[in-house]
Design a protein around this ligand. Structure first.
Ligand SMILES: Cc1cn([C@H]2C[C@H](O)[C@@H](COP(=O)(O)OP(=O)(O)O[C@H]3O[C@H](C)C(=O)[C@H](O)[C@H]3O)O2)c(=O)[nH]c1=O
Length: 178
């Protein structure tokens, strides 16, 4: 697994080794002892999966306090634009974001630490999104940021009329000021 740094500290792109042959491919998508060696503070406890159609935008979400989640995200079918926003008040990259194209084709993974808001937009006809978290779901401790907050200046690639949000996500607030 290759670890690729991003412009934001602690936010990494992971690129697994893929073994292709005339049947298809094999890869170790996750390996606990590799993670323990490189990211000893992370202990994933739950696998999530969602399927969405083109133009669906899920996010930007985060959980707070003891329920804040580290996420290891990847796409197992289709392609998404994945975005992580640094919400760590003390961070020199506070309110900055990194976007990454995750797809079944590139098999790229995104390791998103606690303290980040996360969301993705489906670019393919459908996409299956699979991810690990290290804290349980806690709706009482969930919050987020509206997808098109002008302070974040995220380029979601699709036009607003092509984007579909849940009723909940339509009501998310703008980013809190420092
Ligand atoms: C996240 C989650 C949801 N649910 C239930 C709650 C709802 O009845 C249903 C759909 O939940 P929601 O609309 O919050 O799902 P997403 O919009 O995909 O939320 C996720 O989207 C962005 C991309 C994230 O990074 C978070 O992991 C998560 O917030 O699944 C659970 O039972 N367990 C869970 O861990």
């Amino acid at each position: 697994m290759n670890i690729i740094e991003t412009k934001i500290k602690d936010l990494f792109i992971l690129q697994p080794k893929v073994f292709g042959d005339n049947r298809g491919y094999f890869m170790e998508a996750y390996k606990q002892n590799w993670f323990k060696e490189h990211f000893p503070h992370i202990n994933f406890i739950q696998d999530n999966e969602s399927q969405s159609t083109k133009g669906v935008l899920r996010g930007l979400h985060y959980q707070v306090g003891e329920f804040a989640q580290t996420k290891l995200v990847r796409v197992i079918q289709g392609e998404v634009l994945d975005v992580a926003v640094d919400c760590r008040k003390e961070s020199p990259t506070y309110r900055q974001h990194v976007s990454a194209i995750l797809s079944a084709e590139n098999k790229t993974q995104f390791l998103i630490p606690k303290g980040f808001a996360h969301g993705f937009l489906v670019l393919s006809d459908t996409a299956i999104f699979s991810y690990k978290v290290d804290a349980p779901y806690s709706p009482e401790n969930e919050s987020g940021i509206i997808w098109n907050d002008p302070n974040l200046n995220i380029d979601w690639k699709l036009k607003e009329e092509e984007i579909f949000l849940s009723e909940k996500d339509k009501e998310l607030p703008y980013f809190i000021k420092k």
